[in-house]
Ligand binder design. Sequence first.
Ligand code: FAD
Length: 439
Amino acid sequence: MPDGIVTHFDPEQRSFLDGHPRPDAVPLPQLEGVLSTSEADLAWAAEDFGRVVRHRPMAVMHAASRHDVAAIQRFARAHNLTVVPRAQGHSTNGQAQAPGGIVLDLNQLETIHHIADDRIVVDAGATWSKVVTAALARGATPPVLTDYLELSVGGTLSVGGLGGASHQHGAQTDNVLELEVVTSDGTLHKCSPTVDPDLFDAVRGGYGEHGVIVQATLRLIPAPTHTRTYRLRYRRLTDFLAMQRSLAVEQRFDYLEGQAKLEDDGNWTFVLEVAHFFTPPAQPDDTLLLAGLATAEIEVSDTTYWDFLNRIADDVALLRRIGPWQDPHPWNNLLVPDNAVEEIVTETLSEVDHEALGDTGLVLLYPIPRVRLRTPQLALPATPVIFLLAVLRTAPPNSPDILNRMIEHNLRAQALVTASGGTVYLRSPRTAGTTPTLL
Ligand SMILES: Cc1cc2nc3c(=O)[nH]c(=O)nc-3n(C[C@H](O)[C@H](O)[C@H](O)COP(=O)(O)OP(=O)(O)OC[C@H]3O[C@@H](n4cnc5c(N)ncnc54)[C@H](O)[C@@H]3O)c2cc1C
């Protein structure tokens, strides 16, 4: 038996055992994948992209099929063990960790089963880059994509999945036609807006609490081949927000995001990032698209649609190579009501100087009309326009004081936002009650 692979469970000692079990140990069900307690697996499952929260599970189940997902759920239920699904582990606050339980690794479930012009059927462990590659080969695309494509389908459908096309198409969870879900009793269910809608509504944005998504049928729309991106810099937050607000409702662009940038002189400027998708010979009409947006500084760039979607891949490769990708990421994602956004952004940014932002810190700020976000589990402010404010920072390694300061700042911003009727995005029920432990 390879190191760390277990075959039995000892209900009395509440531990898994390898090939030399005690007589009263219970054998594991028939599995196509493996259940492991190897140090490497436990350490892997105790860590996520955030590197702020660490909880070791009792074991890691590397599922090789949906049968494994069902079998381990049934077994865990019979022995009162928690099962938490995990795919890419790009959570930043322990959302995919299972303290003392079983982490269910879904990365091997990544088959694309079927693709048509208007839909794609995929296993939940597939990454969005794999989905997009398959869809584009057919001239189609998912309507909404996150800024980073190496997240799993199941992982983003369990949180929402917001991006620059959300002002038109809502969250990724709003663009799902059907799901196949294994619930905690080990049974497989199909659900959709018309079949078992309660389960469909519970699992989308449900952080794996109401079942494990094993397969998804995702909506596709015709894909463009090219993108023209415009970046417009605003000096005043008020002007930037006013422009974003009207563009969100007007839907002039196919993509709408923005960033707050800390300038060398310590002042913040605001960069509106908008894009128009097209397929030559059609060309964007710059005059029409930019009407009324005049600012002194405009940058324009053309790329293929794929390069646009995959735009942060080079930066990620660099961060991996030079180190910060592996450092702690105390990220703060907030959904801010329109009527408090200016005050909250001003207050939040007033505490962020060059040291507090770090070399690789990023602040995203963009609007989404509330009416586009239809996923019941996604907790939203009540205003007609909602702003995503994401303060994405990296703390240097082995610097608990800096990390703690960033976490404390995040908690203050969260308190401010929730007191104004906003919500904290990416906070799962499992992690909601717990503030990240200061180190
Ligand atoms: C670099 C980066 C960029 C990002 N960009 C965006 C962005 O633009 N927009 C945005 O909205 N978010 C963004 N995120 C956040 C991201 O969408 C979430 O963290 C997402 O959950 C990550 O997917 P994952 O595969 O890593 O999930 P994991 O971290 O593995 O899991 C996340 C949650 O989903 C559950 N889960 C995972 N798979 C399943 C399944 N099959 N069935 C049921 N539950 C499951 C887990 O239990 C856990 O609660 C970004 C994160 C990073 C690190």
